[in-house]
Design a protein around this ligand. Structure first.
Ligand code: ITT
Length: 193
């Protein structure tokens, strides 16, 4: 069976990705299984650059084929930020609730409701061979914080064509449309061929 390192310390990402990988004859290895919690600095200006930084770091430290992903939300009312700074932006607030209230206020003031989630996955097959797979889902910022499942910005994001936020959906429902599932399914398609 093929072994592939998924270089992440984010358990929420892992749960979603595991569900997508379930029919593939590939064993996903995690750095945490080896008590490895070092992370490279995410100095890239794009999701793809950061994904490559992480997958290269994983490959360098474990010497096995490795993929990593970088993702985030881009919000029209914030000038299409925070983007690659999504995690750092959330951490600036005392809790997620305050961050979401701040975003919803900006949406009310500006009247700009659009947003999108993006994921870039980078697969590092050797030191000089990297492949990038992209996923993007467009939507709007919810007028209220809604739902309990998921993680990060899920309680305020409604994908186009849906009435629910990602947080109000089951993991399986989110995986049907999400930025992450689009990018990961492209990776799976590559690995299966
Ligand atoms: P890694 O170990 O994989 O790097 P991380 O949590 O550091 O995990 P990122 O640097 O990619 O991940 O940060 C992404 C942030 O963007 C994440 O912490 C969330 O706040 C947000 N985000 C990404 N995908 C999301 C999703 O599907 N739903 C909600 N928020 C998401």
């Amino acid at each position: 069976m093929r072994k592939l390192l998924f270089f992440t310390n984010n358990n929420n990402k892992l749960v979603e990705v595991n569900q997508l990988f379930k029919d593939l004859k590939t064993e996903l290895i995690l750095p945490s299984k080896f008590n490895f919690f070092d992370e490279p600095e995410e100095t890239g200006y794009t999701f793809a650059e950061n994904a490559k930084i992480k997958s290269s770091f994983g490959y360098k430290n474990f010497g096995v084929e490795c993929f990593a992903e970088d993702s985030g939300i881009c919000i029209e009312a914030l000038g299409w930020k925070p983007g690659v700074y999504s995690k750092r932006f959330l951490n600036r607030f005392k809790d997620n609730f305050r961050c979401f209230e701040n975003i919803i206020d900006r949406v009310k003031v500006t009247g700009k409701v659009r947003a999108y989630f993006q994921t870039s996955v980078c697969l590092t097959l050797n030191k000089n061979y990297h492949l990038v797979f992209e996923g993007k889902v467009k939507g709007t910022i919810s007028k209220k914080i809604r739902g309990k499942s998921g993680f990060g910005y899920d309680p305020i994001f409604i994908p186009d064509g849906e009435l629910k936020t990602f947080s109000q959906m089951s993991k399986m429902q989110k995986n049907k449309t999400s930025h992450r599932s689009i990018a990961i399914n492209k990776l799976i398609n590559f690995l299966s061929n």
